[in-house]
Design a protein around this ligand. Structure first.
Ligand code: GLU
Ligand code: MG
Length: 443
């Protein structure tokens, strides 16, 4: 459809504005809304946005500690991807589109997270590879500050308490072009999960942002408040946003393997991701809430290892079967949550995995149990270490591999680290309860 036809169709449908959204270095969605007559301009020259969004921290404070963005001066353009415009089913006066941030002269801006993922996807294509990706989304549902449902976990009874919301989610996701794979009452108090079908990486990240907006609108309509935070409070279960990926050469899924794991290049993809997992986790589970979520025994993936269908493993291999189709094989990254920028999360996951293919790496042994139940000496003997559990650990992990900087570029990585330091400094004199409380409704 031409952009003229798109504009006419949206106006005829009663759309008054276009919201263009991106995600910052805290995984927080940000946006600008223009009257719908501004659609062409939003897609061509974009909307003015301060360059300082690259150094916003999780509580909207601006850090000036990254040398490239250390003054109040500077502007960028937020260019809408008009191929992705949808009229929002739950907010029908608005259309929505993801955007790229470009420099004021239209050139590439080094802090554009969506552009980073687009570049990684193009580089994969240059080596004959494509990827599929899909997120699981866990969240907590409240009504007037009380639990939105009372279980039982996985019970249809729990969902009857939020029946109108669930119906709206199913309808609005379909109308917004988001393919839900399944939905259920999750294990934790008042927790719900839905998963999205796998699609190409940039669409998967776009869809993850659109899913947040769609969920929030449905919740508002039905009097609910949602928390997407990695750990809404110490008495909640963690909200993991597990990321499933598979890598393909043409019609061949490289993750296809057997009950013992992937073979060949699929095994090397897994090995590459495992090699850099501490640094990858610093991008895919970056916030103070992420660190609080990573508790052993909570299926969040606290130790760096992999397993076949092992729910305690941060890298869980999901084999295909003849029953389901061998092409369904994929690798689940559990150490990922809503405080990750979805574009950066996918970019580092795919790039570190692909580096394993380029170098022909072989993965270490898989484990089928929970290393959190082993002695420290057993973990040491098997080379299984805890993933970063403090901001200092994250800094060290990021510094220990050249590959994250290779993906993000030095400017974006430096801004990202400055933002993490700003969060850590703000938390220094507060309690963990207050930190988690401050993050509860940010994502
Ligand atoms: N809620 C868990 C987490 O923090 C995941 C539970 C599950 O395996 O679905 O990631
Ligand atoms: Mg789950």
């Amino acid at each position: 459809m031409s952009n003229d036809a798109l504009l006419r169709e949206l106006i005829d449908a009663g759309v008054a504005g276009l919201t263009v959204s991106w995600a910052d270095n805290n995984g927080i969605p940000r946006s600008r809304t223009v009257p719908i007559r501004g659609l062409h301009a939003a897609g061509e020259t974009g909307i003015g946005v301060t360059s300082l969004f690259a150094v916003f921290d999780s509580s909207d404070a601006i850090t000036f500690e990254h040398p490239g963005l250390s003054t109040p001066s500077g502007d960028t353009r937020l260019v809408a991807d008009l191929s992705r415009v949808v009229q929002l089913a739950g907010q029908p006066a608005l259309a929505w589109a993801p955007g790229n941030l470009v420099a004021a002269d239209g050139s590439t801006w080094p802090y554009d997270q969506r552009g980073v993922l687009q570049r990684v996807v193009a580089e994969l294509a240059g080596t004959g590879l494509t990827a599929l990706a899909g997120w699981e989304i866990e969240f907590t549902v409240e009504r007037d500050g009380e639990p939105g449902h009372h279980g039982p976990a996985y019970g249809p009874a729990a969902l009857t308490e939020i029946d109108e919301f669930v119906a709206a989610v199913l309808q609005d996701f379909a109308a917004n072009g988001l393919a839900i794979n399944q939905l259920h009452a999750e294990y934790g108090p008042a927790q719900v999960e839905l998963s999205l079908d796998a699609t190409d990486p940039v669409s998967a990240a776009d869809d993850q942002l659109l899913a947040r907006q769609t969920l929030r609108a449905a919740a508002r309509t039905h009097g609910l408040t949602l928390s997407f935070a990695p750990l809404p409070s110490l008495s909640h279960a963690g909200n993991g946003w597990h990321l499933h990926t598979s890598l393909w050469r043409g019609a061949e899924n490289l993750l296809t393997g057997g009950p013992d794991g992937p073979t060949g290049e699929g095994a090397s993809y897994l090995a590459g991701l495992l090699r850099d997992l501490p640094a990858v986790a610093a991008i895919t589970a970056p916030s103070l809430g992420s660190l609080a979520r990573l508790r052993p025994g909570f299926f969040a993936g606290a130790f760096a290892f992999w397993g076949v269908e092992n729910r305690e493993a941060p890298l869980r291999y999901v084999p295909g079967t003849d029953f389901l189709g061998q092409e369904r094989a994929n690798l689940e990254l559990k150490v990922c949550d809503a405080s990750a920028n979805p574009y950066l999360a996918l970019a580092v996951t795919l790039a570190c995995g692909a580096a394993g293919i380029a170098e022909g790496l072989t993965p270490p042994a898989a484990y089928g149990t929970d290393p959190g139940t082993w002695d420290e000496s057993d973990r040491a003997a098997r080379g299984v270490a805890a993933l970063p559990s403090t901001p200092d650990d994250q800094e060290a992990a990021l510094a220990a591999t050249p590959r994250i900087e290779g993906v993000l570029g030095s400017d974006l990585l430096s801004a990202f680290r400055a933002v993490r330091r700003s969060d850590a400094a703000a938390a220094r004199d507060t309690t963990q309860d207050d930190v988690l409380g401050g993050l509860r409704f940010r994502y």
